[in-house]
Design a protein around this ligand. Structure first.
Ligand SMILES: CC(=O)SCCNC(=O)CCNC(=O)[C@H](O)C(C)(C)COP(=O)(O)OP(=O)(O)OC[C@H]1O[C@@H](n2cnc3c(N)ncnc32)[C@H](O)[C@@H]1OP(=O)(O)O
Length: 441
């Protein structure tokens, strides 16, 4: 755990949110002991429509979630006062940004409020409180994946990295890409679980929008958790290059079609590739599986090379889905971390309903794509700069290069100065690789 992550984990709860909730007889506090964590875990399961957790599941969750800071809201007047009526989890993890660098991000998860206590501002107090705490510690961005799209824009989050869900008819798709080098083999799930973290560590800096993954993710994907459901369905595969180095990993499941056995369904749970050969070989393996009439995959990029490997692009039905939500907390630190698509100068006027990221900033990008950021007064705009007035939600939307500023301007969400200002700002803030996050958290 980095020093920043340790400080975030141990920080006191936000005083403003605590006072707001206390005025309603509610207690905001850190969830600490094993018994508290188990009670919290049961409430989160209920909040996400899951069944009550068994002792085995509680043990598995507790063992795998120590990295998470857990905060609960308690109602002392409730019949079970030890069960929180509101929950949130947060931890600091590296978020990849355009250009190969990473920034620390407050990853937010497990936001639930008991149906008995909804629509009284408890979720707002929890989310705002954790954002203020992270910002006060110097965490430059926050991020999350969502159950419902409309929830987090009000706090400054935007869908910065969309992904795609695919349904492919492999019997129609064909293949027009070169034959990939290397070999593909089945491996035991336990072996896959050992290999995955290191491969992800190598791949993720080059994928804007990807987040350092908790160890628990690999157990879930490989079915190696003691409480795993349907683990026996999971098939694990590796790709190795000519030197025998593992360059790609795949886990998938198959569901028989009782009406037509030869048109069963294969679902790609996770496909990770470090090289073009590994990427092509693993996709080709999936598309060539016998007895499969449909291949499903999700959390793929909006600009997936796979589309250009298919002889018949209409064999693939592709749906774009909002996925990784990002919220800038510290404008200069966040903007200085990424690289830019073109040189130039932007005068940014940023508004923020929570006040955290509001201000006037000058972003100067050199020919090498690196940016420097200075605070400026609102009327100080150098000649040649494009003035961009936007909310923190729109800044966050454009942060990873996943949406063009020209598109946001055309949608009326961003205002730019001068003829062609939106296009120049779009070239600067744009990036050649679509951002993506490969999992949910
Ligand atoms: C990162 C994650 O964990 S995503 C998972 C979110 N959690 C879930 O989906 C679990 C099921 N849902 C719940 O537990 C709750 O309904 C929550 C957490 C979504 C909302 O909790 P509440 O305490 O009722 O929210 P709260 O009263 O603080 O409302 C905050 C704002 O969100 C709005 N809001 C709350 N729920 C919804 C919703 N389902 N759709 C749209 N807006 C909503 C409120 O109108 C309010 O708006 P305003 O403050 O701008 O006027």
């Amino acid at each position: 755990m980095t020093d920043l992550a340790a400080r975030q984990h141990a920080a006191a709860v936000d005083a403003e949110s605590a006072a707001r909730l206390a005025a309603r007889g509610l207690d905001l506090r850190l969830v600490d002991t094993d018994a508290e964590r188990d009670a919290y875990s049961q409430v989160v399961a209920r909040g996400f429509l899951d069944t009550e957790r068994s002792t085995e599941q509680l043990d598995a969750v507790r063992e795998r979630s120590a990295y998470r800071r857990l905060v609960g809201v308690y109602d002392v007047a409730a019949p079970v006062p030890d069960a929180p009526v509101g929950t949130i989890a947060g931890w600091v993890a590296e978020l990849s940004v355009p250009g190969g660098a990473t920034v620390p991000s407050l990853a937010v998860s497990a936001v639930t409020v008991a149906p008995t206590h909804r629509r009284r501002g408890i979720a707002r107090a929890l989310v705002e409180g954790e954002l203020r705490t992270a910002a006060s510690l110097g965490v430059p961005v926050a991020s999350l994946t969502v159950s419902e799209s409309p929830l987090y824009g009000r706090y400054g989050f935007a869908a910065a990295a969309a992904v795609t869900s695919w349904r492919i008819d492999p019997q129609r798709a064909g293949w027009v890409a070169p034959d990939p080098a290397g070999r593909v083999d089945f491996v035991p799930r336990e072996r896959w679980r050992e290999l995955a973290p290191a491969l992800h560590e190598r791949v993720r800096p080059g994928v804007p929008g990807e987040l350092a993954a908790p160890a628990a993710l690999w157990d879930t994907l490989a079915g190696t958790r003691p409480d795993a459901k349907d683990a026996a369905k999971i098939r694990a595969v590796q790709h190795t290059d000519a030197d025998g180095v593992v360059r790609g990993l795949l886990v998938y499941t198959v569901d028989e079609n009782p009406d037509d056995y030869a048109r069963s369904t294969a679902t790609v749970s996770y496909l990770l590739a470090e090289t073009p050969d590994a990427y092509a070989a693993l996709w080709r393996f999936v598309l060539d599986l016998d007895l499969i009439g449909e291949v499903r995959a999700s959390e793929l990029s909006v600009d997936e090379p796979l589309l250009w490997m298919l002889a018949d692009q209409r064999a693939a039905h592709v749906e774009v889905v909002d996925h990784h939500y990002v919220r800038v907390l510290d404008v200069p630190v966040a903007l200085a971390a990424r690289r830019y698509g073109a040189p130039g100068v932007l005068a940014l006027d940023v508004t923020d309903p929570l006040g955290i990221a509001a201000g006037h900033w000058l972003l100067t990008v050199g020919d090498d794509g690196r940016g420097t950021v200075e605070e400026r007064s609102s009327d100080d705009v150098p000649a040649g700069a494009v003035r961009v007035a936007l909310g923190v939600t729109e800044l966050s939307a454009a942060y990873l290069g996943g949406v063009s500023v020209a598109t946001l301007a055309a949608a009326g969400r961003v205002h730019t100065s001068g003829t062609g200002g939106a296009q120049r700002a779009a070239q600067m803030l744009g990036w050649h690789d679509a951002p993506r996050l490969t999992y949910w958290y």
